[in-house]
Design a binder for this molecule. Sequence first.
Ligand code: PMP
Length: 411
Amino acid sequence: MYDVKKIREDFPILSRELYGKPLVYLDNAATSQKPRQVIDALTDYYTNYNANVHRGVHTLSQEATDLYEGARTKVARFINADEPEEIVWTRNTTESINLVAHTWAKANIQAGDEIVVTPMEHHSNLVPWQQVARESGAKLRIMPLAEDAGLDMSQIDQYITSRTKLLAMVHVSNGIGAVNPVKELAAKARKVGAAVLVDGAQSVPHMPVDVKDIDCDFMAFSGHKMLGPTGIGALYVKRETLEEMDPFLTGGEMVLEVWYDRASWNDLPMRFEAGTPNIADAVGLGAAVDYLEGIGMENIRQHEVQLTEYALDAFKEIEAVDLFGPLESERRGGILSFHTDIVHPHDLGTFLDRDAIAIRTGHHCTMPLMRSLGVVASARASLYLYNTEEEIDCLVDSLKRALRYFGDGTR
Ligand code: PMP
């Protein structure tokens, strides 16, 4: 049985109080909280194993290397990659996508080619492709939004065509919570010979994700959104694609042999990891993966679906609020992004904060999406494995009071 009370006990920060009230943390799409198991893994690493990796013959260095490479193996298994070598460590999703833009895209995208993205991309899966298009002369094409703010699949064949070289798409939108049919879209891209990149920043932490089943070339995600530390992320690259790619950054670690006038490249994936890597945080991310697997990604998804349905029901009763994104739970992640004419999202966020409720307000790094929805900003509550129905009740209660307060001045 899913024991949310027991799960909450693993997260020290969740027992904090703000303004005399228990913290209700609903900003998980921005970053997740960390369980004691992850915090302990970091302390244990620095207390007992700290050394540089891949270099030393001494025992500490070998132990540190084993922990670091062990974490890579865990992450590879977590998304069902064929082998750990297909996981390149990065700082976060943004760096993972930029790595592809600066290596694979530079070598493969030319004038006349098309890069296709969804209308709900985070800036980190949009701006790099704007740059690639500008530099190469390729065209960037934006798929259309449907009425319910999901992806409009009816016109998809006009977008994914023989000119498409890359389909880069967000799996779960951080702006509105829509889950995109990435497997179906990847199959269409494959048919026309295009490469496929999936921004998994909001899917890998929340649901079972299988890169082989999706059949993508690239999957980018961040450790800090999946209970891991900040500063560590990953890029999955299918082996055959990775083998063809030139290095991103150059210097130590990524080379095999160096002469004064030239160098040869190290094995995969070290070829893409120049300099001393973020060892401790990779180990911390490995502990986060252990924790998530211990609970089970299917169970986590189920918990979030139930909680989202509970929240959607409660939101239906608040007339003054428009909720963005598809309403069916299978087409949505645990993200509730909403707008009201009564109060600016920032004022609402401040009001809720006084009730110790943490939500995000703003454009969520999806400015073009917000413009398409006719707003400059939204308020966003985002759920995770430790959230409860009582916390949704707190949100709804505080939201109703805020609407009264900003609407007619009564509390
Ligand atoms: N893509 C999506 C869908 C996201 O939600 C985020 C983070 N909000 C990112 C990319 C960027 O992640 P990071 O800041 O960790 O690079």
